[in-house]
Design a protein around this ligand. Sequence first.
Ligand code: TRP
Length: 330
Amino acid sequence: MKKIVLTGDRPTGPLHLGHYVGSLLNRVEMQEIHKQYVMIADIQALTDNFEDPMKVRRNIFEVVKDYISVGIDPSKTTIFLQSQIKEIAELTVFYMNLVTLGRLERNPTVKTEMKQKGFGDSIPVGFLCYPVSQAADITVVKAEIVPVGEDQLPMIEQTNEIVRKFNRLYNTECLKEAEAVLGKAKRLVGIDGAEKAGKSLGNAIFLSDDSDIVKSKVFSMYTDPNHLKVSDPGNIEGNVVFAYLDIFHNDKEEVEALKAHYQKGGLGDVAIKQILYKSLEKLLAPIREKRASVQDVDIYEIIGHGITETRKVTEHTIDEVKDAMSIMKW
Ligand code: TRP
């Protein structure tokens, strides 16, 4: 049965291979089965980038280009911009009555992020409240499925608490609970061997990187620091090249053979990096080509069309919500 799906990304930088295996591939599949919305969360991006709004603005187009280049098809997926849907802001305000400060402070993802950002005692209210706004993103299109990474599970949980409370309090069924669906792939390690490849960590291969950059990133990958001579036995545990080969090299038997050879000794880092670079290029070259073929005017139109489509639904939702809350209408 066709369900409503919503996901989103903060436009704070270009998307990378971690996004590709973690969620973009998933979306390319989902658009064939379900009614899919993909939202560029520019307002959420401002909650921790409010001092640099141009960074957010610039990246909106980059992120949509990344979507199109990997095969998210705007005739199947509705791509829209959060800031253009006023109903999200309205819902956020209504939902704030249903959430306590204590509950917001207990959200584990927000807690971790606050520590990372070093807000100390000066926590911007907007940042603390972004899970409430995310509940609005999800419920405004009545999403039933939200494909996300593990770190987003607390947001879905909080969304569903709001939905249940709203429906009970106002004696309605107009809001729908959503189900979080985790991506197939686990997280992708950074090229430096860090646990996670991240936009801001400087350890990711971007979908928009050109061939030379991909090459230099592959050749700088963390391998086995004790594997000094080609003839030395090498370690594949924690070896980034093999972690990437596992995911991006199509011939799995060859990967196993390479691992055995490396562990035995006689296979050098340059050789395995060369192989990985080729496999990555096989994936990235068509993505790059597609990317080069889309113009800014196309992107402008795609987003505009997505906004119009989304509004048709969100205007209806906000009417129902206001009716349920006995808010007057003129
Ligand atoms: N918080 C998400 C992230 O940081 C982005 C996001 C905003 C989102 N609104 C959403 C994801 C709604 C799923 C559903 O990646």
